[in-house]
Design a protein around this ligand. Structure first.
Ligand SMILES: Cc1cc2nc3c(=O)[nH]c(=O)nc-3n(C[C@H](O)[C@H](O)[C@H](O)COP(=O)(O)O)c2cc1C
Length: 201
């Protein structure tokens, strides 16, 4: 498979960047071809604009959006790596999703998350998060994020199967961080192929 990893972090020495690298190492070890979209390093502009509205549907999108759509078009699997910020996406990832996965290109059936215009792609979200795993479950954050992202966002975009991995305790001990990096490698190594039937979870 061709595997696209999308990284959202300005610091190449960050834990998030290491997670992306380990995932890529695992995917490469499994024999996949790999590609990295390093959104900060590449200077992606996350601001949704009038040009994006005018580029929807059959119209021609902005050059930067078209470049991202071409990367997606050649990918069989996509992994997004971004730190959890206020129980959501940081602004760079949010803008990349808003601008690139546009109405008329990625989806059109607003009332049916499974009616994507895109072919199925294996999808993984690898999300470093400071909170502990039990805090994530007890307060309901995990189920809220599953609903918003797995059902409500990446389902629209044809991610199938789709997997949310909250890398909880990412600011914890070096032992904990090492275990999370090993997990990221393993997820790259074990990446599932795209599925044509609905495969959330
Ligand atoms: C602005 C900001 C908001 C954050 N919000 C959350 C949050 O809502 N939940 C959480 O578990 N961690 C939160 N964190 C912690 C980060 O997810 C955590 O530090 C992560 O490891 C950052 O990635 P990095 O280590 O690659 O910088 C937040 C950190 C920052 C800087």
């Amino acid at each position: 498979m061709h595997v696209l990893t999308v990284l959202d972090h300005p610091d190449p020495a960050s834990f998030s960047a290491s997670v992306a690298q380990q995932f890529i190492n695992g995917a490469r070890a499994a024999g996949h071809s790999v590609e990295l979209a390093d959104l900060h390093a590449e200077g992606f502009d996350p601001r949704w604009s009038m040009a994006d509205i005018e580029g929807e549907g059959d119209a021609i999108p902005s050059a930067d959006v078209a470049k991202e759509q071409q990367r997606i078009a050649r990918a069989d699997a996509i992994c997004l790596v971004f730190p959890l910020f206020w129980w959501g996406m940081p602004s760079m990832t949010k803008g990349w999703v808003d601008r690139v996965w546009s109405w008329g290109w990625a989806y059109d059936q607003l009332d049916d998350p499974d009616q994507s215009l895109q072919r199925p792609r294996s999808g993984v979200l690898l999300i470093p998060a400071g909170a502990r795993s039990d805090e994530m479950d007890d307060a309901g954050y995990r189920s809220a994020l599953e609903t918003a992202w797995i059902k409500g966002t990446f389902g629209y975009f044809g991610f199938s199967p789709r997997r949310l991995e909250l890398l909880c305790g990412s600011t914890g001990s070096s032992k904990r961080r090492k275990a999370l990096l090993e997990k990221s490698y393993q997820i790259g190594l074990d990446l599932a192929p795209p599925q044509w039937s609905e495969g959330a979870g």
